[in-house]
Design a protein around this ligand. Structure first.
Ligand code: SAM
Length: 286
């Protein structure tokens, strides 16, 4: 997917091309895109390809094409103070851009299936904070990433103002995704067409009431599908439990695929524990 605009010489050039082709339309989105060099999310040996409008995959690391991220960022209609959930948060590139818009009173959570990808995302986040010239020009809502299958979030979990899913969503999971939204919230995801398996439309869904949603198709896209949850030995699904954390930094680390120690430190630094709801990955929570 991608190739909608010409390759750039550098990040600014790529953003110029995305603007010219009307993929980036708002100043807020443009500013976030310019602040983060896409090449920094590539492995060094592949950096040269970063300013092409193409998706990139290496092992478990996967970035979508810049034209897709532009459509996603515009469709999310972001502003400071919102809560955001990124399903399949990958390298953290999108979550970091979003964090630049949400500012210090936002909430920025990501769930990613692969622990090595979360590790990579935190390395990239550290490097952005330490080395980027643009970091000081923003009030940042630092993302927190947890390992888990995003289809294992139980229905009683918190809801978000904005939700993005970075992998293809089957029709049967549409309602599950819609219920992650607060009233008035916006969900953007590649949603499978009813008539055609593995054919997706990037779709924007706005929650207009307790049981009403407005749906708008943005563009036809090709995405790898969401990985379905594995069932544990007793046949029950693993569960991502969402708990409130009183900020004592003690309630994490339970569960076989749990890995958010770093996220906790980050949230603690911001002293926003009253805003924070943390994911704890556990098996078969009753
Ligand atoms: C296209 S990549 C998203 C990249 C991300 N937007 C970024 O900024 O790097 C899709 C991601 O979804 C993850 N994924 C796929 N199925 C998942 C699932 N069921 N739960 C959580 N993550 C999943 C993949 O491991 C992959 O990292």
């Amino acid at each position: 997917m991608g190739g909608a605009v010409s390759a750039g010489e550098d990040n600014d050039d790529l953003i110029d091309n995305l603007k010219e082709a009307y993929y980036i339309r708002s100043d807020l989105v443009e500013r976030a895109f310019r602040a983060i060099d896409r090449a920094d999310y590539y492995l060094d040996e592949y950096r040269d390809n970063a300013y092409k409008d193409l998706a990139w995959r290496h092992g478990n690391i996967h970035l979508s094409a810049p034209c897709i991220y532009s459509e996603v960022m515009e469709a999310l209609d972001l502003h400071p103070g919102l809560s955001f959930l990124n399903l399949g948060s990958g390298t953290g590139y999108l979550s970091t851009m979003v964090g630049l818009i949400l500012g210090p009173f936002g909430v920025n959570h990501g769930i990613e299936l692969h622990a090595d990808v979360i590790e990579y995302a935190y390395q990239k986040l550290d490097s952005f904070i330490k080395n980027s010239d643009s970091f000081d020009k923003f009030e940042f809502c630092e993302p927190t990433f947890v390992v888990g299958n995003c289809l294992d979030i139980p229905p009683e979990s918190r809801q978000y103002d904005r939700v993005y899913c970075g992998a293809g969503v089957q029709k049967e999971h549409e309602d599950y995704m819609k219920n992650l939204l607060k009233m008035g919230g916006i969900l953007v995801m590649p949603l499978e067409e009813t008539s055609s398996i593995r054919h997706y439309h990037l779709t924007k869904i706005t929650r207009t009431g307790a049981s009403s949603w407005e749906t708008k198709k943005i563009i036809s896209v090709s995405f790898a599908p969401l990985v379905l949850p594995k069932h544990s030995t007793n046949g029950k699904p693993h569960t991502l439990r969402v708990t409130t954390d009183g900020g004592d930094n003690q309630s994490r680390g339970r569960g076989s695929s749990f890995s958010v120690g770093r996220g906790l430190a980050v949230a603690g630094l911001h002293k926003r524990s009253w805003l924070r709801l943390d994911f704890v990955s556990v098996e078969n929570v009753c």
